[in-house]
Design a protein around this ligand. Sequence first.
Ligand code: G3P
Length: 294
Amino acid sequence: MLTNKPKTKILVDGGDPNETLRIKSLIGFVDGQTTNPSLIAKNPNIQRLIASGHTLSSEEENNEYKKIVQSISPLVGDAGVSIEVFADLKTTAEKMLAQGQEMFSWIPNAYIKYPCTHEGLRAAQMSVEKGIRVNMTLCFSQDQAAAVYAATMGSKSPVYVSPFVGRLDDRGENGMDLIRNIKKMYEHGDGHVHVLAASIRTVNHLLYSFALEAELATVPAKVLEQWTAKGFPMPDRDFTYKGVDTNGSLLKPIPYKELDLNLPWQSFNIAHELTTKGIQKFVADYESTLGRSA
Ligand code: G3P
């Protein structure tokens, strides 16, 4: 078990309460959990239903999602359980908010995930005004993180922003640079947005998240098991991170941008191709449980 707890909170990135329980017994604690439509689609109960020929109605899917997060909720610490609204590229902020309000009532420690899009940011702004905790997902740029900061100013609870490291690595960009850049940009802020390193694929991603003092990291069980097997290494003062792809080639650095966090959120250039693709993938995975293809 881990004795020297890192400052970075550790969340399980998954959709299966048994997996969360297993990781909890391995590490000794789990600070929180993040879920998303793709991870919920992989939940063993949902998979069993589909394998038996039973495709779900959207109401059944919602009920399954609720049961899953209700089982996970008591297992985790104060970083809570993130629950993602269903949103395609046309979903309005009002529709996202209505889902967010309902999901927020499922468990006492919910964070509601909205995408880093114009409508997602509008939903987040309305949510924090109502005291709903939010986690802004599918973040791929510093501009998006600046917009999250500006849109949620005044939130009573910490707001999470989830930069997706692995998916940037996948297309040859050094995803960890984005974490470093956002952390640096937020040094000029009031501290209300916490960086949640997401799409973590390797133990090295995790160690560099610790070194950068990301407030939180959400990590697949597989990577947490690898970290455990290595005896819970921690980055020392000399730790250096080398952003390389799976072939060992250097990833392209992502440069830091000077952005003014006090500008209105609508003034930031929030469009990002990977956010659009990410939404499309979530929709497709969600629809697959309903026996439709997107
Ligand atoms: O937390 C984000 C995560 O679920 C996405 O990870 O591996 O699909 O990019 P991945």
